[in-house]
Design a protein around this ligand. Structure first.
Ligand SMILES: CC(C)(COP(=O)(O)OP(=O)(O)OC[C@H]1O[C@@H](n2cnc3c(N)ncnc32)[C@H](O)[C@@H]1OP(=O)(O)O)[C@@H](O)C(=O)NCCC(=O)NCCS
Length: 150
């Protein structure tokens, strides 16, 4: 997998490192701040519980939502919605892992922030989305047919 492969300055006469890593080549005492700022401004954002398949490439600035699946070999050029499955070049959604209501509920529950003991006690529910949301309904007041935030 490759995340945020850097772009070279293709609009310049040369795409070589020497125009932006000029220190390394002894040309200047400083590197090209504007060039490196562009890279910093285009970081990738990857939500938790994302599965990235082999040889996928996440292009600069792309955001991947929580729980998404990136098929092997996909090239991501655009944002991926939470719990979506995307494949191909450029990556396109082929399905969602769960229904819209289930996804809303999962995003609302924010189980990633649970402490270790809670996770341990509820581990078996993670194998069954319906059971998981049913239990969460009583504990967190998450309505399955219309999420209520507590
Ligand atoms: C994306 C993925 C999870 C989808 O799995 P799935 O839900 O079982 O999907 P299916 O095999 O039913 O395929 C659904 C369709 O997407 C296509 N497809 C699946 N994975 C694809 C991929 N990586 N690239 C392009 N097309 C893909 C299939 O050809 C099929 O197309 P069709 O509907 O025209 O026949 C899986 O194919 C994948 O890429 N897994 C990543 C494996 C990996 O890299 N593991 C690394 C170890 S961590």
């Amino acid at each position: 997998m490759t995340i945020n492969p850097g772009n070279h300055p293709m609009e310049r006469v040369t795409q070589h490192h020497c125009t932006y890593r000029s220190k390394q080549y002894g040309f200047l005492t400083h590197d090209d701040e504007v060039f490196f700022k562009w890279r910093k401004d285009h970081l990738c954002t990857i939500g938790h519980d994302v599965w990235i398949g082999h040889f996928a490439i996440i292009m600069p600035g792309v955001t991947i939502g929580i729980g998404a699946v990136i098929g092997c070999g996909a090239v991501l050029t655009k944002e991926v919605e939470p719990y979506s499955v995307v494949v191909e070049v450029p990556a396109k959604p082929i399905k969602k892992r769960f229904s819209t209501q289930q996804i809303k509920a999962l995003l609302s529950i924010q189980w990633r922030d649970w402490d270790y003991e809670t996770m341990k006690n509820r581990l078996s529910e993670f194998n069954d989305i319906d059971l998981f949301l049913e239990k969460s309904h009583s504990i967190y007041n998450v309505a399955l047919n219309g999420v209520e935030h507590i």
